[in-house]
Write a protein that binds this ligand. Structure first.
Ligand code: HAM
Length: 473
């Protein structure tokens, strides 16, 4: 051990009172005296190790469906030029009006943290000449989104979505298959949902409906809250998904959008429903479903928990629809029909974690390695590698010395076998294998340890040991 300098033991270095260059420049410098750790920003959260099994399950299920239905993965940047969203989501929407994280980057450009990914998908489709690829182009993504919304249960400022998009196809079968995939996702996770569906037609056909809707609500203006009064003026369609009971009551007698949309959109919608009937995907026709983004045309849909009747805000697991004009809005040379959906992963994860038996981590080690003494540690390090290469996950507590403490860890981990290596075993080139259920111990040849453990695990499970699988986001 290096010699301790006289008089410094246990004493703290004296803090300098001289200001650092950063402090002099007026920049925020963390105070060394502050004891409390910095708090998370409101609406942001850590996804902790104990939640990861649920998140892995969501990602793996999405990935499995993407592969089965031939969607190619795309990763899009978190930061985009603000115009990507301003031009597509709609100036009057909540997202663009008040929820975007907008700022100027150091070069003075106006940039935004993405509040969703469909607009970026459309930008990427155009940037990379995907118009020239065989159509439709089928893409999927997963990652964080940012909306500076009022945080509450199930609503965060950073949240995660995975989404599937089909670009370059206007056939109703595309809408139906996307809804089927969405339904499959929840079926595979065993989550009961109901799918709400509506058609909002083309922007042109919507115009006459909007005139009608405003005329209907105008005499009732005094019954509307401040937000809904604004909506009546700026984006009357949003009145249809108002959560205000007074508005919901008024809606009972309001004109319905399906009666006003153009014949082609009506036909398209009927075909979507026929396809869904054909594959027995249940849905609820919801004449009030309009969605909160302006780029939608024709089919729109949402997935709600089965017990939700639409009165609970912030409950939808996911949503989507057709956006036939979006690519053109972003500068595409011709109209490129498209359709897609996104699922809010926090809400799905919460449902999985609230279960009596939440998802468990995959490939929990069945073997624990306990070592006694330095020589055992040295040999143990190499042995651990042999197991890893053989695809057998092994837990250890290299940081602990006493056998008792290590066995306690092994018990907590609920492993089937513990391998014990002490001074004697190192000299004899053996390993003690302890069956954790029966407590029986066996001394085996160190050279054969991997294959012996492999056999023992197969016997206890009746199947091959699972190989570790990399799961990346
Ligand atoms: P969205 O309805 O805005 O659609 O979001 C989809 C899902 O993301 C919601 O149903 C919800 O589960 C989740 N979500 C939204 N905001 C939050 C939040 N603040 N906190 C937690 N979860 C949230 C879109 O984003 C469209 N891009 C969907 C789409 C894809 N349309 C066509 N293609």
């Amino acid at each position: 051990m290096p010699e301790q300098k006289k008089g410094t033991k246990g004493t703290k270095k004296k803090e300098s009172t001289a200001k650092s260059p950063e402090a002099k420049a007026g920049k925020e410098v963390p105070s060394k005296k502050t004891k409390a750790p910095p708090e998370l920003l409101r609406g942001f959260r850590d996804i902790l190790p104990k939640e990861q099994a649920a998140w892995d399950l969501i990602r793996d299920t999405a990935r499995g469906l993407a592969e089965a239905y031939s969607f190619d993965r795309i990763d899009l940047p978190l930061l985009e030029r603000s115009e990507v969203f301003n031009r597509t989501i709609g100036a009057q929407t909540d997202i663009v009006e008040k929820e975007m994280y907008n700022f100027q980057d150091p070069s003075g450009r106006s940039v935004s943290l993405r509040p969703e990914a469909t607009a970026s998908i459309a930008r990427a489709y155009l940037n990379h000449g995907m118009l020239e690829l065989p159509q439709p182009v089928k893409l999927w993504y997963v990652g964080p989104m940012f909306r500076h919304d009022r945080p509450q249960a199930g609503r965060y400022r950073q949240f995660h979505q995975f989404g599937f998009e089909v670009l370059g196809a206007d056939e109703p079968i595309v809408d139906a298959q996307l809804i089927l995939i969405l339904n499959e996702f929840f079926k595979e996770l065993g989550i009961d949902v109901n799918i709400q569906i509506n058609s909002i037609g083309t922007p042109e056909s919507r115009q006459s409906y909007l005139t009608e809707l405003v005329a209907y609500f105008r005499p009732h203006r005094s019954k509307l809250g401040e937000d809904d009064k604004k909506r009546l003026q700026k984006s009357p369609l949003r009145l249809l998904d108002s959560k205000d009971p007074a508005v919901q009551e008024l809606l009972q007698g309001a004109p319905q959008i399906v009666d006003w949309i153009d014949d082609d959109s009506k036909q398209h919608f009927m075909r979507v429903l026929e396809f869904l009937d054909e594959v027995e995907v249940p849905y609820v026709l919801n004449p009030y479903l309009v969605r909160g983004l302006d780029y939608y045309t024709r089919t729109v849909f949402e997935v709600w928990p089965a017990d939700d009747d639409g009165t609970k805000a912030q409950n939808a697991f996911g949503g989507g629809g057709r956006y036939d004009k979006l690519i053109e809005t972003l500068g595409g040379e011709r109209e490129t029909a498209a359709c897609g959906f996104a699922v809010g992963m926090e809400r799905v994860a919460r449902t999985l974690l609230e279960r009596e038996h939440p998802p468990e981590p995959k490939n929990q080690p069945d073997v624990f390695f306990a070592q006694l003494g330095d020589a055992a540690r040295r040999v143990g390090l190499g042995l651990f590698e042999e197991f890893r290469k053989a695809g057998i996950p092994v837990a250890e507590a290299f940081g602990k010395n006493a056998l008792k403490a290590q066995l306690e860890v092994a018990n907590k981990l609920n492993v089937k076998l513990t391998l014990i290596l002490g001074q004697k075993e190192v000299l004899d080139e053996t390993v003690i294998v302890r069956d954790m259920d029966s407590g029986a111990q066996e001394i085996v040849d160190m050279k054969k340890i991997v294959s012996i453990v492999e056999k023992k695990l197969q016997k206890s499970e009746g199947v091959e040991p699972v190989r570790q699988q990399a799961v990346e986001d």
